[in-house]
Structures are given as structure tokens and as C-alpha cells.
Unconditional design. Sequence first.
Length: 260
Amino acid sequence: MHAYRTTSGERILLRGVRRDMAVSEKALVLFSGGQDSTTCLAWALERYDEVETLGFEYGQRHAIEMKCRPNVLRAIRDKVPRWGERLGEDHLVDLSVLGEVSDTALTRDVEIAMGENGLPTTFVPGRNLVFLTFAGIVAYRRGFKHLVAGMCETDYSGYPDCREATLKAFQAAMNLGMGTHFVLHTPLMWIDKADSWALAEQLGGRDLVRVIIEETHTCYLGERLKRHSWGYGCGTCPACELRFKGWKSYSKSGQETAVG
């Protein structure tokens, strides 16, 4: 049995979903249309009566994810009907200025490699901090208390803005600066990709796993022509390699044949 914690310190068990949170409260999920944010959306839909989603257009190289987002939301409503009534409005924020001031492999057609600073060239400085700032603004306007995001410190590329310490500090700063009591949840913070697949199955069954395979997008290069057992992607970028590695571990007992 695996355990992990949200940024707020809540302990969650991978097996046996806790439902002791106040489901009458509202949650805003940072939703890119990828595997991680889709799993986080399912996590929120199991806990709250009202859940809305928020996406960002920032000139990302894999802009195809923006076209996948509505397909994922539609598939979730179709495949997991009990969540349909809880899944509310989807919001999009234009952050193209972030892409304009960034010089990274996610915002430019440059090689994905390790930079001289020890970070991969896919690191977009400040991206998650900007995302969370605007999430706080939307949540403030909508009267939402809970923010849910897919940052992870177990399977990550060394991004400083994915670390739990960063997010705890940012939560404190945002609450001070906005005079609020937001709670930032990161359900995937301490689990790996194999456990993320397992969590998706626990939350939404094989139907949700199929939605992740067929509809979500993770590939940094925006490749949607190659279909693998774990979904679509180039198969060679770091995001695809990580997703495949997790899928292989998750499916080693035979689920791949049943689901894929």
C-alpha cells in the first residue's frame, strides 16, 4: 500500500480512497489534458461536489494538448457518469507572453537536452508559479477554496517549481497576498508513474485508464500519429519515456492486454 501527501499535508492512501474531506466545497483543477492532470481531475471529482478546470495557452511547442483537453473532458463525462454532474466550467487563460519571454525546448524548436545549469531545456522558468498565480485569481473570483495540481517530486525532471517545498512556500505567499485560505493539493507528489496509472484505475476503473490512453496528451513534441499501448506520442522524448516506463511497470501483471 502506497501513501503520499498533498501540499497541505493530508495523507492519502493509494488503496482505499479517503472521502473525509468536505465534498460540499469547490475545487479548481489545473488541467492541461495530460495524464497527470487528468488523474488529478479524477481525484478531485471523487471528493468535491463542484469541480472546474483551468488551462493555459502559453505558446507551448506541444500545443496539440489544447485540442485534447475538451476531448478528455467529454470522455470523462461519457465514461464515468457519476462525475458528470460535478464537472463544471472549463476556463482558458492566454499566457502567450510566457512563451514570448521564455527560451526553452517547450517554447522553441530546439533540442531537448540537459542545460549548463543542470536543468533540462524543457524547464520553463516560473511556469508553475505563474500558473498557480492565475489559478488563485480564478479561484478567488469563483469562490473556490481548493486548488489541485499535478506537480510531482518522484518522477520529475528536476524542475524547481515542482518541489513540495516550493509549493508550500507559494501557497503561504498566495494566501498572504490575496487574504485567502486556499489549500493547494498535489495528489501525485510522492508517487511514481506506475502508481499514477494505478491511481487512475482505482478512481475511475478501466474506463478512465482507456480515456487516458486514447485522449490525453503528454508528448513534448506534440506527436499524435503514433499510437502505443500507453497512448499517443513520439515515444522518445523524456515525457513519453517516463509514461511508457510507468505503463510497463503498471501493466506487468497483464492489465496491458485487457486495457490497451
